[in-house]
Design a protein around this ligand. Structure first.
Ligand code: FEO
Ligand code: CA
Ligand code: CA
Ligand code: CA
Length: 549
């Protein structure tokens, strides 16, 4: 399906990329400010749409969407706090065929895992920035975490199976989640999960849900556009921040209890994409989405084997080596306190110390700071790793980049790599601020963009309209050019794209429409229900893809 990058182009790109990453992002961006003159044609399965500022989810001709789950919908199940409902701010999605544990791949019935990253306190609890009450904080804690949803397709339409023994919520109030790995001796059990941004689906059919901006919840907002929640104002509801910032593993089938894997480090985990190395070890790639943070990978100590039980397979995430990327030297630095003298010199005594303060360890070890490493994905044809760097406005990197990393010897277990800039955000590519990624069956990269609501449709970002979803070919003459497939409602971000097993439809989250709303009397969006309703995050399913596309 794909051609390997030619050596000449690769070296050219590597030089380019090194320059951009190490010296001056903004000069690179300016140098690339003009649209390219290369001939470029969209993939044949859709006619691209134009940017839009409408309060709608807009799709190409021939495609339509169906609301599958809307924030506040009943799951038909009961939990310790009463009737369980779909949480807010839907993000990562993963489909699990209902017969997966029996070796099946049912494309018409399965379990959908949904991450719920945040909530807007004004909508979730009515908190208006004045007095904080315990009831408000509890209401907000029930909105975040994740949902397992049993779904079925009949006569071409998807619906939620209700009641179903699978339907359930994990929230910030979930009573006990066990930690695994080196930190478990110090912190055996934590409460709940929150800030669940993106994630991955493990080879043994569990959801790996990534806790990102956990540090927003305790503190107060400094201004109405800031992201603090102020939970610490209610001492009984203040969170212990060491409980969060982990990769949480959830078995949607309910056979295995949820756990948090400390061996993968604690930071603002954006997502997890995996590949098997040459000896069969599980290699997990992970970004830390903050300005000047790092790109990591974890290599399990043992190889994955089909002879293992699911319980044994999940233990691959308990013992292994965490690395962080040095893009200048193009090496993976082991964050292993026994191997790495810089960590010892910086005062790290145990591996638990390193994992609890992973950012500090990565900095001490000499990792390369990046412009907000968001989602990463492994190319289905060649195993290279695509990593979205959203932006860093303070550096003059307004529109972000997508870089492509190739492990040496094509071995994910390798301790060295090369990289290129695959896509430069802005006019050259046609998209800005890349965030969530996924690949389709043809190796096209689908990119969901996240221009923050305070920048959206303003200044240098005006030309892009509302946040959208784009298709970017990775091979051929159109490689690196973005063609718009969807435009989101006002102030929303499209997140969590995930194709059905048979690629007949696309599951997609619409996160935080109306995020800039300051008064319940005047929401900036009314999506999806319209009228006077407040805006609601939702999961949609998009169909209209031609057969065998
Ligand atoms: Fe939750 Fe970095 O996006
Ligand atoms: Ca994201
Ligand atoms: Ca992804
Ligand atoms: Ca983002």
């Amino acid at each position: 399906m794909s051609q390997p990058l030619s050596r000449r182009n690769f070296l050219q790109y590597v030089g380019w990329g090194s320059y951009a990453l190490m010296r001056d992002w903004s000069r690179l961006v300016q140098a690339q400010a003009a649209p390219s003159n290369r001939p470029s044609a969209p993939p044949p399965f859709f006619k691209p749409i134009a940017p839009s500022t409408e309060d709608q989810l807009i799709l190409p001709d021939g495609y339509r969407y169906q609301l599958l789950a809307v924030w506040g919908d009943s799951l038909g199940s009961r939990g310790p706090y009463g009737e369980e409902r779909v949480g807010s701010d839907c993000d990562f999605l993963a489909y699990f065929p209902i017969d997966a544990l029996q070796g099946g791949r049912n494309p018409n019935e399965g379990l959908l895992w949904i991450n719920h990253e945040n909530c807007k306190p004004l909508f979730a609890s009515g908190y208006d920035g004045t007095r904080r009450t315990e009831e408000q904080v509890i209401q907000e804690k029930l909105q975040v975490g994740g949902t397992v949803l049993h779904i079925r397709r009949e006569a071409g339409r998807w619906h939620v199976v209700k009641p179903s023994p699978y339907n359930r919520r994990l929230t910030a109030l979930y009573p006990e989640i066990r930690l695994t790995g080196p930190v478990a001796e110090r912190i055996p059990v934590v409460q709940g999960t929150l800030a669940n941004c993106s994630g991955g689906r493990s080879p043994w059919w569990t959801a790996l849900s990534c806790e990102e901006n956990f540090h927003w919840f305790n503190r107060f907002a400094r201004d109405p556009d800031d992201d603090g929640y102020g939970w610490q104002a209610v001492p009984t509801q203040a969170i212990d921040e060491t409980h969060y910032g982990w990769v949480v593993e959830v078995d949607p089938f309910g056979q295995l209890p949820p756990v948090k894997h400390s061996a993968l480090g604690r930071f603002a985990h954006e997502n997890l994409a995996w590949r098997l190395g040459a000896t069969g070890r599980l290699v997990c790639y992970m970004g830390d989405d903050s300005a000047n943070q790092y790109f990591y990978k974890y290599v399990s100590a043992e190889p994955l084997s089909s002879g293992m039980t699911r319980q044994e397979q999940r233990r691959l995430l308990e013992r292994g080596t965490l690395y962080v990327a040095d893009f200048l030297r193009q090496v993976w630095i082991p964050l292993d306190v026994r191997r790495n003298r810089k960590l010892q010199e910086a005062g790290f005594r145990t591996q638990a110390d390193v994992l609890l303060e992973t950012r500090k360890a990565a900095k001490a070890a000499g990792a390369t700071p990046l412009d907000r490493p968001e989602d990463c994905e492994v190319h289905p044809a060649d195993g290279s790793v695509y990593l979205a760097l959203t932006n860093n406005v303070l550096h003059g990197n307004l529109f972000g980049q997508i870089i492509r990393l190739v492990e040496d010897n094509d071995d994910a277990e390798s301790e060295s790599f090369r990289f290129e800039i695959f896509l430069v955000g802005g006019a050259p590519s046609g998209l800005a601020c890349p965030d969530n990624l996924c690949f389709d069956r043809r190796g096209n990269l689908w990119v969901a963009c996240d221009i923050s609501h305070v920048l959206l449709n303003r200044w240098a970002y005006r030309r892009f309209g509302n946040n959208g979803l784009y298709v970017v070919p990775t091979r051929g003459e159109s490689a690196g050019d973005a063609f718009q497939f969807a435009s989101g409602p006002v102030e929303a971000e499209l997140t969590g794209p995930w194709f059905a097993e048979d690629y007949s439809c696309l599951f997609l989250s619409v996160q935080h429409p109306g995020e800039g709303t300051r008064s319940l009397d005047n929401p900036t969006s009314h999506w999806p229900h319209g009228g006077r309703d407040i805006p609601r995050s939702a999961v949609v399913v998009i169909d209209g893809f031609p057969a065998g596309w």
